[in-house]
Design a protein around this ligand. Sequence first.
Ligand code: GAR
Length: 193
Amino acid sequence: MAQKRLAIFASGSGSNAEKIAEYFTDHADIEVTLILSNNPQAGVIARARRLHIPVVLFDRKTFYETNKIIDILQNEHIDLVVLAGFMMLIPEAMVHAFPNRIINIHPALLPKYGGKGMYGHFVHEAVVEARELESGISIHYVNEHYDEGDIIFQATCPVTPEDTPEEVARKVQVLEHQHYPEVVEKLLSALNS
Ligand code: GAR
């Protein structure tokens, strides 16, 4: 069986990208081929270098006005695109080039607390503000709209009245690190290309 190839897009710290990359180090069937980022300051870049994974940096104009990123993904024979804290909307052409091959993780229980502007700490602040009793993670397919593709997997954690947004973020991050690599592995194992 040919090695399955994974590309991870990240805009920030990259802790999920790193967990996924570590999980697949020395994996028999799956490799993290590339890490891509729109943010030259992103922590993910140092993490990628440490893991010896090639990094592709791009700007907004390249992403939205050219096919360069799609070409790179196709030339590298990428089987699955994994968004891990990637803060830009995926262009329609890329969604069409990779149907059901782009997934995202969202730090809440979609369809609640999703959509434009709902990312990172904004999500956890909204969850605390609404006095939710639970939060969690949603892993979903990506379409042309923020956080609207079909949900693949969810996991929950309790939220207590004393929890601050930072505490909710910490609980959610534990779930992300625990589940995202395994969900990626299951999806890739099910692909027969
Ligand atoms: C993660 O919590 C991820 O769910 C969230 O950004 C964080 C990235 O952390 N994504 C979104 O909010 C997308 N709407 P990381 O850079 O440490 O992996």
